[in-house]
Design a protein around this ligand. Structure first.
Ligand SMILES: Nc1ncnc2c1ncn2[C@@H]1O[C@H](COP(=O)(O)OP(=O)(O)OP(=O)(O)O)[C@@H](O)[C@H]1O
Length: 469
């Protein structure tokens, strides 16, 4: 009986919220350009109203920042008009890793919106650390992530029971590793709400470990992680050089593995490339499945852009999607960044998203990216990759692997910097500009037929861009 009463009053709270937000929207709509209205206000959804406070769901903290910076006065006025002088708007951020802590008359952060909690019915004494917006449903399949996705999906369905234990996913920056490993955790909890699943970055794991040492609670710390059904650790490369943490992790790993519990790890490089990680850990990482994620091809980039723009409530033409996807090739985070910038530009300049605006935004995004990339940085990353000394690229060395590394460095210098052929030639031992042209055309030809080389160059390019960012 009590439940029924609660249910009725819950429904009323939601209904009131819907009506009030509708009234607010009709005022807002009349006061700002339609593009700004649809970009920043339509994605906001009403949650509940308690007489003075209207709680609304917003997609991200970025939204709050933007709205507060640009529309605070309008919102203030609108809320006062619709609710009255004591009216307040409270934002519930869906699914951000770190919710805003700032509080203003308008905003206040509530850690977990109701909707998110409902997906996990069994309350645990710890936070899973999972971001619920990262799911398999919104992870676009492509050639570059096919195997990683399939293995991740199988684990989500059957944690600890496949031969993919541990699952080790590696690849360049912004290619979807974090998204995928969260999706695993979310799927496990969806299917088995009682399971204990935790996501943590290896950095946070180290910090917690140091705190446990300081407070003399290392045993509790270790037992806590050993009690998980699935342990998901992001960016495991940050354990390199941290011997004590590695040691403890080794014991946790063994305990979980022996008990058939699932371990999922992500890294920016393959286990064998994790120099500085103890051999016994590396050998355990090789027990299960190691799979990489490669940069997405054109069709996948278009599909991702389409999907992301739809979540922002906008429909971009195929021509625009293709243009962005053609010009932003390195990683998905950058594609998303370009989309957000496009929305911001359209909103700021109060114009429709047309081809000119798209071109300008893509140019802006690409220019900022290129600013910090130097030929020195390119040389350094290429040499690190091939494990050769930098001066070898400047010498007249004709060894096959040195020639290839030199040509790749020249090719990337032309692609990623604004340096002239002459300047690039000078950096590589005072070579003529025709040598640089030759390097460029040779690499372009080689990657047409040699997919492995193409992958290597993409990996190097990602590393350069990551270091320069
Ligand atoms: N296949 C995909 N489909 C949809 N969105 C994707 C896909 N791959 C990546 N993304 C999105 O791109 C963004 C960057 O992805 P993510 O953070 O998972 O990258 P990462 O590989 O973990 O990068 P880093 O190594 O820098 O942590 C996220 O917003 C993610 O949702």
């Amino acid at each position: 009986m009590l439940n029924a009463v609660e249910k009725i009053s819950d429904e009323k709270i939601e209904r009131d919220a819907v009506q009030i937000w509708k009234d607010c929207l009709s005022i807002i709509k009349d006061n700002i350009p339609f593009i700004s209205y649809s970009t920043w206000f339509l994605p906001i959804k009403p949650a509940e109203f308690d007489g003075t406070k209207l709680k609304v769901y917003v997609p991200s903290n970025y939204f709050i920042e933007w709205i507060e910076e640009h529309y605070n006065t309008l919102l203030n006025r609108t809320v006062n008009q619709v609710i009255g002088e004591s009216g307040k708007l409270v934002y519930l951020v869906l699914d951000e890793k770190e919710p805003l802590t700032k509080e203003t008359t308008f905003t206040q952060n509530i850690p977990e919106p109701k909707e998110v909690k409902q997906t996990v019915e069994i309350q645990k004494e710890f936070e899973s650390g999972l971001i619920s917006k990262y799911t398999f449903d919104n992870f676009i399949k492509g050639e570059g992530n096919q195997l990683a996705r399939a293995a991740a999906y199988a684990i989500g369905d059957n944690p600890g029971q496949t031969s993919f234990n541990p699952l080790f996913i590696y690849g360049g920056v912004g290619l979807g590793k974090t998204h995928l490993i969260h999706a695993i955790g979310n799927k496990i909890l969806e299917k088995f709400p009682e399971k204990r699943v935790i996501y943590i970055s290896s950095d946070a794991f180290t910090v917690e470990f140091v705190e446990a040492i300081q407070s003399n609670t290392v045993n509790d710390f270790s037992n806590f992680y050993k009690s998980m059904d699935a342990l998901i650790i992001d960016d495991i490369q940050f354990l390199v050089g941290k011997e004590k943490t590695q040691d403890l992790f080794f014991h946790i790993f063994n305990a979980l593995h022996q008990n058939g519990k699932q371990i999922v790890l992500s890294s920016d490089r393959s286990p064998k490339e994790l120099k500085g990680l103890s051999d016994r850990l590396v050998s355990r990482f090789l027990w299960g499945l190691q799979t990489d994620i490669q940069p997405p091809d054109l069709e996948t980039r278009i599909a991702i852009l389409k999907n992301k723009s739809e979540t922002y409530g906008i429909n971009l033409s195929r021509e625009i999607l293709e243009y962005i996807a053609h010009n932003i090739t390195s990683n998905i985070r950058e594609l998303e960044g370009c989309l957000v910038k496009l929305l911001a530009n359209a909103s700021l300049t109060n114009r429709e998203i047309d081809f000119d605006l798209v071109k300008r935004t893509v140019k802006e995004v690409s220019t900022t990216k290129q600013v910090n990339i130097s030929i020195e940085l390119i040389t350094k990353v290429v040499c690190e990759y091939f494990d050769i000394e930098e001066n070898k690229l400047r010498e007249k060395n004709r060894r096959k692997e040195i020639v290839l590394a030199r040509q790749i460095a020249m090719y990337l210098s032309k692609q990623l910097t604004k340096s002239s052929l002459k300047t690039i030639g000078l950096h590589f031992g005072g070579r003529d500009h025709s040598t640089v042209i030759h390097a460029q055309t040779s690499i372009e030809e080689m990657i047409l037929s040699d997919l492995k080389l193409k992958e290597i160059i993409n990996t190097i390019k990602n590393k350069i861009e990551m270091t320069a960012a």
